[in-house]
Design a protein around this ligand. Sequence first.
Ligand SMILES: C[S@@+](CC[C@H](N)C(=O)[O-])C[C@H]1O[C@@H](n2cnc3c(N)ncnc32)[C@H](O)[C@@H]1O
Length: 266
Amino acid sequence: MIKDIPIRIRATQSDLELQERVQWFRQQPGCQWAANENDLDSLPELKVSRRGVELLFNQERITFHPSMALIRAMNILGGSSDRFLAAAQLGLGDFFLDATLGLASDSLIAALAVGDHGRVLGLEKSPILAVVMQDGLKHFGEHSFNVKTEPKKQAWLSLVQAARRIEVQWADHGEFLSHCPSESFDVIYFDPMFRKTFHESASIQPLHQWSEHSPLDLQTVREACRVARKRVVLKERKDSAEFKRLGFDVLPGGRYSSVDYGVILV
Ligand SMILES: C[S@@+](CC[C@H](N)C(=O)[O-])C[C@H]1O[C@@H](n2cnc3c(N)ncnc32)[C@H](O)[C@@H]1O
């Protein structure tokens, strides 16, 4: 995970709204900002524009974009199954902890499943990823998207509602869980960066340089079993030894997929 490199932050226009958004970023804990937007060109840049926020570094670009979640939401609303939801078994009104927020796609799908009375908390160890996703979820409804067909429009609107149920926190999940009272969440979910990255999906690839790669810790899984009311879920590479090491039962399915889901019922 990139640490201790200051990030230049720049609004593309000088209007008040964008300036306030820049100020909001500067006030968030954990990120180290360059003092001056004209600081070294070699530094990472957070570009704040009316079209959204982009984190640019080493030819990679990270932005909040619900495209992956949108396809999944269309399928779910159209009656198809989703392997993540089949593993998480979320009910209306549930409180879901996404212990590895990343690009927030799974959090959006969980927020869709828990409905108006449910809640999602997403934890992210990288402070810059946490704030980019928090900002993206907050401003999601303001952007138009290429939503020409009716099913896509319905999925888009459902995700805009779902985004409002997600809270984001910059935290290490092990540390966070150790302070949680028992049975605080219905379902807790881990989707750590895969140990071997050759099968990494294109959507996760840009996360690489900014994200935390350390393996999921057994003590953290034990804490999750104490803090969850219903189940703890792990997504990992197919045939990963992590399921056995951490005590998860692998669910059947996904014959042609490169990932599997494991569950611990608590
Ligand atoms: C594979 S990505 C998750 C992708 C996510 N499920 C999605 O739908 O976009 C894993 C994320 O978990 C974060 N992470 C890894 N270890 C963590 C920890 N100890 N605490 C909080 N976040 C962590 C990484 O920084 C990374 O952003």
